[in-house]
Structure formats: structure tokens, C-alpha cells
Ligand binder design. Sequence first.
Ligand SMILES: Nc1ncnc2c1ncn2[C@@H]1O[C@H](COP(=O)(O)OP(=O)(O)OP(=O)(O)O)[C@@H](O)[C@H]1O
Ligand SMILES: [Mg+2]
Length: 138
Amino acid sequence: MTDAVTLKMTLPKIPDIELVALEGLDRLARHLGIAEEKIGEARIIVTEAVVNALEHSGENNPSVRLEFTMTTNDLSIFVRDYGKGFEPASVEDPDIKAKLHTKNKRGWGLNLMKSMSDDFRIESNRNGTKITIKKLLR
Ligand SMILES: Nc1ncnc2c1ncn2[C@@H]1O[C@H](COP(=O)(O)OP(=O)(O)OP(=O)(O)O)[C@@H](O)[C@H]1O
Ligand SMILES: [Mg+2]
């Protein structure tokens, strides 16, 4: 196993900034020779997590903290925002049939992230939200 590589960044709330996070993820993956299919899933997880964090980030501090640690075996992702937080247990699972007939097609992010992760933890309170994700890469 190669040594772990870590990338930490603070993302400002500006359009398309999640692309910077994805570029960083790709660079780490290329360095370690990670399979494309695993990175494709990791990209989806990171996009959904960062977009949620930016959407809900606080007015006083609209930035989002992001950390990746990658080895040839696994990837840890940590995302933190300084928003008002939420109660994850009270978010309802999306219903695909119901969504077909309504205008609101949203509500898939958390579901997608969980389904593609090997471990998914949310810690949220009125000072913000921290999400810690682990994904196996082989
Ligand atoms: N970081 C966060 N801070 C506060 N609330 C959050 C955060 N992440 C998610 N939520 C809440 O959980 C709900 C579900 O999030 P999820 O990503 O599944 O759906 P969405 O963002 O509403 O839509 P989509 O991701 O499909 O565009 C959000 O609508 C929001 O109320
Ligand atoms: Mg979302």
C-alpha cells in the first residue's frame, strides 16, 4: 500500500466551485492509480455533499471545509458547513413514483451519497453540519 495523500481546502460560495473539489479528487486518484469506476462514484458523492453544504452554509460564514484522504484502498471525505444544521432522521426517503408526478424532483442527494458510500455519518447542530464518508476503492 502506498502512503496516504491528503488534500484540504476551504471553498468559497461561488458558482461551480465544486469543480475545484472534483479536480483535486481526480488528481489524487490519478496519482494512486485508482480505477475509473470507483472515482466516478466518489465524484458523485463529493458533488452532492459539497452542493448541499454550499446551499445550506451560514450567512456569517458561507464557506465550506473539505478534506480528502486517499490511499490505494480507501477514500475518506470530510465536509463541513457553518449553516443552521438539520435533523437527518427527519428527512424523508424520496419516493420515485411520487416524484414522477410532482414538479419537485429534488431530494436524492443524501440517498445517492449513502448508496455509494461504505460508511456515512452526519453530525449536525445549530452551528452547522459535518459529514464524514468512507469509500472503499477496490
Ligand atoms: N448541509 C446541510 N445543512 C442543512 N440541511 C441539509 C444539509 N444537507 C441536506 N440538508 C437537508 O436535507 C434535505 C435533503 O438533502 P438532499 O441532498 O437529499 O436533497 P436536496 O438537496 O433537497 O435535493 P437534491 O440533492 O436532489 O438536489 C435538504 O433538502 C435539506 O433540507
Ligand atoms: Mg442535495
